[in-house]
Design a protein around this ligand. Structure first.
Ligand code: GCW
Length: 645
């Protein structure tokens, strides 16, 4: 087991200094097997960096006890010895990284035994990486961090050191599964399942030492495209046999293969509808092929009509997932996991939790988040997403989903994520998948301590000031009150209020001279509120009870409608947009105070500064376009007389 050494790539949350506390002490690893070897290699390396070669009693002892459960571990400190007990080898690894997180604190006062077990069984990142550079979407769809760490312009990367380093970072945050290719599986990428399986195996080999299983997005029409069959009908015997055979081959090559991810009948991808079959038929066929090997299929619920007529007010994209899937509840096999986006639309800055998650109690679920900042500033804006995820995970039964999945924001960029501060999102995803109850600010502290090696209070305060409230700041200067979108079509960056208003995509705000918002009530609208269980169906239905931040998601209201906050909708739009752009400027000021202090590396300083300049510019553009748009529509002046262009 070699620990990757990368000279030209930022160490993210595992710089050498993060291992000082362990490296300057003596550690005993009482376990065998590949993951224990990884821990041993980590200890040896830390020791090489910080040990003084002295002999003496052990300070840290790592061992195994099945009682701690899969992936679990216990940590304690007594009589000058810290002990970590893994429930299995993966638990040992997670326990080791727990000690890394604690740093010196792991070797201070005695600690009562703490038991740690992950809330989510699968803590998974999906990559939307392509092999070929897609003419529109590029090497990585919705990627804002350079190219793919797996492929480069049509070919697998010869040097996968970076993949190993990535696995190491992910393991330190608790992630245990990675789907390596885009859910939009184009012609070239479809071959990863068969004749290009070697590329998947090579990547799996790099992920394995850190306890991460590889998953693959597959094309539902593979039996036709790869197998030469006349159909991909999930009930056809030939098709089923093809998937069974193909899957057997996959496991012969990669025995710990995790499973398939499928986007079917969605945005042009093929699926069971072509054969008059249900999505349960489709998912179960793949689940059956995977079952003998312990694999799972993640079947995405992101199914909607993307060729809607904008004139048709009765179709509501928000309804689509529930309308398609709720009738199938209870009909999916045990290893078919329905992967549901957290909101009913599409990773907007603010959405209610998808009713599919609340209602489909008879189906295994994976909740899908988006770490890559497609709609939240594309890694040019500071937007720490843990507060949003934490709200989602605290809602009703969301944290009971077995799996938490997110679209990764990592690429071959020197800082992994384009914006160095976006690393915190990747880190926080893993931590919240492990423990959804963690406080986002505390997770940020962990990330700060590791990344900047337990810095002084001033850097810590600066980063909290910039990041803690950054999601709400972003929300303030973009689409108001949960209405969503208003982004430039296609690439989704920057404001364009009507950009999607007269398109087939189903993402409308319906602003006119009198008011704005989408009427999704059962009384007068699309009836979407009916998809929620009580009390939420009533809360969202009611103008009085609907939370302000979701008002325009559920209701079309006049500009003079008074919010719980006491402000009218139009005044709220003006106020939040002035405030949001101002907060973006303040964020930059905080950072600028660090210039020449030596608190952060000059290159990292410059990278963040360049992004902040763009954020400030873009926030002003959002402010001005949104304010001007609504002033022109409504004719209502700003009560505070500020300049609206
Ligand atoms: O948010 C949308 C993106 C698409 C993406 C799709 C999905 C991979 O704009 O780029 O396709 O969601 O989640 O499938």
């Amino acid at each position: 087991m070699t620990i990757p050494e990368l000279t030209d790539v930022h160490a993210a949350w595992l710089p050498p200094e993060a291992f000082r506390a362990i490296g300057s002490r003596r550690t005993l690893v009482r376990a065998d097997g590949p993951l224990a070897e990884t821990v041993r290699a980590e200890v040896t390396r830390a020791r090489a960096g910080y040990g003084d070669g002295s002999e003496g009693p052990y300070d840290l002892v790592l061992g195994l006890d099945a009682a701690e459960g899969a992936d679990g571990y216990a940590i304690a400190r007594r009589d000058g010895v810290t002990t970590v007990t893994g429930g299995d080898p993966a638990g040992l690894l997670y326990g080791f990284f727990h000690v890394v997180r604690l740093g010196e604190a792991a070797f201070g006062a005695d600690r009562e035994t703490e038991h740690h077990r992950p809330a989510m069984r699968r803590r998974m990142l999906d990559h939307w990486d392509n092999i070929d550079v897609h003419p529109v979407m590029g090497q990585v769809e919705r990627g804002y961090a350079g190219g793919s760490i797996f492929w480069d312009k049509g070919a697998p990367r010869a040097d996968l050191t970076r993949v190993r380093a990535y696995a190491r970072l992910l393991a330190a945050s608790g992630v245990n599964a990675v789907a390596i290719n885009n859910v939009n599986v184009h012609a070239t990428e479809a071959h990863l399942l068969t004749d290009r399986l070697g590329e998947v195996a090579a990547i799996a080999a790099e992920l394995r030492p850190y306890g991460i299983r590889v998953h693959l997005s597959v094309n539902f029409a593979s039996p036709i495209a790869l197998g030469g069959l006349p159909t991909a009908d999930p009930l056809d015997e030939g098709v089923r046999a093809w998937w069974a055979r193909t899957t057997e081959q996959v496991y012969a090559t990669i025995p710990d293969f995790g499973g398939y991810v499928v986007k079917a009948d969605s945005e042009g991808q093929p699926g069971p509808f072509a054969y008059g079959r249900t999505h349960a038929d489709g998912a179960n066929m793949l689940a059956e092929a995977l079952a003998p090997f312990g694999g799972v299929v993640h079947w995405r619920a992101f199914v909607y009509n993307h060729r809607q007529d904008w004139r048709d007010r009765s179709t509501d994209r928000a309804r689509a997932a529930y309308d398609h899937f709720a009738p199938l509840d209870g009909r999916f096999l045990d290893n078919a996991i329905l992967q549901v986006k957290h909101g009913p639309m599409d990773f907007q800055t603010r959405e209610p939790v998808s009713p599919v998650i609340l209602e489909m109690r008879g189906t295994r679920l994976a909740v899908e988040l988006q770490v890559t900042q497609e709609y939240t500033g594309q890694q040019r804006h500071v937007c720490y997403l843990a507060p949003m995820w934490s709200e989602i995970l605290a809602f009703e039964n969301v944290a009971e989903a077995g799996d938490l999945v997110a679209v990764s924001n990592a690429g071959d960029d020197r800082y992994w994520t384009g914006h160095p501060l976006a690393q915190a999102n990747l880190y926080a995803f893993g931590r919240l998948a492990w423990d959804p109850g963690l406080d986002p600010a505390a997770v940020l502290d962990e990330w700060i301590d590791l990344t900047f090696a337990w810095p002084g209070e001033s850097l810590r305060r600066t980063l909290h000031a910039m990041m803690d409230g950054s999601w709400r700041t972003y929300e303030r200067y973009t689409a108001p009150l949960g209405v969503g979108f208003m982004v430039r079509p296609g690439h989704h960056y920057g404001p364009d209020v009507d950009g999607y208003e007269y398109t087939p995509w189903g993402t409308y705000h319906f602003a006119d001279r009198d008011g704005v918002g989408v009427d999704r009530t059962r009384a007068t609208g699309t009836g979407f509120t009916d998809q929620y269980p009580r009390p939420w169906s009533d809360v969202y239905e009611s103008l009085e009870r609907c939370p302000d931040e979701l008002l325009l998601f559920f209701h079309h209201v006049p500009y003079g409608h008074v919010l719980h906050s006491g402000s009218t909708v139009i005044q709220h739009i003006y106020d939040t947009h002035f405030a949001g752009a101002e907060e973006a400027a303040e964020t930059r000021l905080h950072w600028e105070k660090l210039a020449d202090t030596g608190a952060v590396d000059p290159d990292l300083y410059a990278r963040v500064k360049e992004r902040l300049d763009e954020q400030v510019r873009c926030a002003e553009e959002w402010r001005d376009q949104i304010n001007a748009y609504f002033f022109r529509k409504s004719g209502v002046p700003d009560a505070r007389g500020r300049r609206i262009p």
